[in-house]
Design a protein around this ligand. Structure first.
Ligand code: GLN
Length: 501
């Protein structure tokens, strides 16, 4: 085992970061590549090889799918903490995801839904745990943690950029199922390199962090078995037409259930987790971060829905005689992340050197406010559209730029914060709970976008105004509360350093 505090073999970071970077890059290639064409596939006519669904049903299924992918992170983190450890969760999660994409590559409507379910189950196992293992590469006092998460976050976006282009290209030139197949190949590449290089990962990630009795272990596996059988029965009955699910109303109820689940789960760890006073303070700081994250993604995730429709219908996409395809705008965010990450990494280091260490609350607040200001730009763009014209592409690019700057202040930093402030024995579950805020954000984003009627231009400025006010308002509140939680964050770090010493 190499001493990770001295290991600087991957851009100044431990070698294990390279393993996690590459695995997550390929996983995200498969996720975003497939997600980018999902709504198009569902709404394409049957004779074009699609499913021929209405836009409303497709949008609801899309919202349910993207939120369940992240929803499953909660049980995924729990399974790693108690039963199998982070490394095995990543490995088996990746295998299930790959199987999901292979099933999606089979041209059949029934298998389509089975494929989606497999990807959601696999991502639930992989996503929170791979993110938690990144944090385990660094000791509590290792200052490279934030930068490590920024590098890892860059891997996510390199993967999504590859996915958008490869799957988008194959969809247009070879067919839907080739594009789904490419996602499976991407995940397979990720698995191969994980298998070959997982020896670089920290030993703690190889085993569960919570000790449980043999009977509790058995009960847990039985519970998982019952859950999986339940999922299989509901899927079979739905496919057979015995039960019918209205995707639109299900999406509405899901938003409420998800929010309630989040608070219940948080309360269980808080009150029943045998936490000491310092750990409890850390949990309050984390609650603030989670609320900021859910609100952030509910604005940000308009990219695939209302902003996407705005791009298609109300944006002048011509450069000379070339019309930029609507879908290309989806990858602007990933491209900006890749371009801006080095600047942000340097910026945080510079701040640290000057002994300016903003608390996590402040960074979350800045992220929300900058993202919200992106929607102010969209108010102007929508006014142009409401006046009967087409808005310049510049507005959207500026909006995505601001969204990306906001994302870089909030998202990788929040991952680092969760890995730093969570009680060690609940690391996987806390990361699962954090990934769960993506789920809440995605479903609320879908509901807000549902109010966006592409045929009612006059209403558009007010939708964007609402999102801007909401995000900036929440940002201001987070800023205020963050002044109190900063102290608690420091107490948690000091106490962990004490444990390490
Ligand atoms: N782009 C980030 C990721 O893929 C965040 C996703 C999200 O919807 N919150 O991990």
């Amino acid at each position: 085992m190499t001493d990770q505090s001295k290991d600087k073999s991957f851009f100044g970071h431990p070698k294990g970061l390279q393993t996690l970077f590459m695995t997550e890059m390929w996983e995200r290639m498969s996720y975003y590549g497939m997600r980018g064409i999902l709504v198009l596939f569902m709404t394409a006519a049957l004779q074009e090889g699609g499913l021929g669904l209405t836009a409303a049903t497709a949008a609801a299924i899309y919202g349910l799918y993207t939120s369940s992918v992240y929803f499953m992170g909660l049980p995924g983190g729990w399974i790693a903490d108690r039963l199998i450890g982070g490394q095995k969760a990543i490995w088996y999660g990746g295998i299930i995801i790959m199987c999901g994409h292979i099933v999606l590559a089979i041209p059949n409507e029934g298998s389509f839904f089975i494929g989606l379910i497999l990807v959601a189950l696999g991502t639930g196992l992989l996503k929170p745990n791979i993110t938690a293992v990144v944090g385990q590469l660094y000791s509590s006092e290792d200052e490279r943690r934030d930068a490590g998460y920024s590098i890892y976050y860059m891997g996510i976006n390199i993967g999504s950029l590859i996915g958008y282009f490869v799957c988008g290209y194959l969809m247009e030139n070879a067919g839907w199922h080739w594009a789904f197949g490419a996602a499976a190949v991407g995940m397979a590449l990720g698995l191969i390199q994980f298998y070959l290089t997982n020896k670089n990962l920290p030993a703690v990630s190889a085993k569960p962090s919570v000790e449980i009795s043999e009977s509790a272990r058995k009960k847990s596996w039985v519970g998982i078995g019952i859950f999986l059988v339940g999922v299989a029965i509901v899927t079979a009955l739905t496919l057979a037409g015995t039960i019918s699910i209205n995707a639109v109303s299900l999406a509405q109820q899901t938003a409420i259930v998800l929010t309630a689940t989040f608070f219940i789960f948080f309360a269980i760890i808080f009150f029943r987790g045998n936490l000491n006073q310092v750990e409890k303070k850390g949990m309050w700081a984390l609650l603030l971060i989670c609320v900021a994250s859910a609100c952030f993604w509910s604005g940000f995730e308009q990219a695939g829905s209302s902003l996407n429709l705005f791009t298609r219908d109300y944006t002048d996409r011509f450069i000379g005689s070339f019309e930029i395809p609507t879908t290309w705008f989806q990858s602007v965010n990933s491209a900006f992340i890749i371009l801006l990450t080095p600047f942000f990494a340097a910026f945080w280091i510079k701040l640290g050197q000057r002994m300016v260490t903003p608390g996590y609350g402040l960074k979350m607040a800045v992220g929300l406010i900058i993202m919200g200001s992106g929607f102010i730009v969209m108010i102007f763009a929508a006014q142009v559209a409401a006046g009967g014209g087409k808005s310049a592409a510049f507005y959207l690019i500026l909006t995505y730029f601001l969204h990306t700057v906001g994302e870089l202040c909030l998202s990788p930093i929040a991952l680092s914060a969760v890995s730093k402030l969570s009680p060690r024995r609940y690391m996987g579950q806390m990361m699962g709970l954090f990934v769960f805020t993506y789920s809440i954000g995605n479903i609320i984003a879908g509901l807000m976008a549902g109010k966006f009627d592409p045929n009612n231009v006059a209403e558009m400025p007010s939708l964007f105004q609402f999102i801007a006010t909401f995000s900036i308002g929440v940002g201001a509140v987070v800023l205020l509360i963050g002044m109190f939680t900063k102290k608690w964050e420091q107490e948690v770090v000091e106490s962990k350093e004490g444990e390490d010493a």
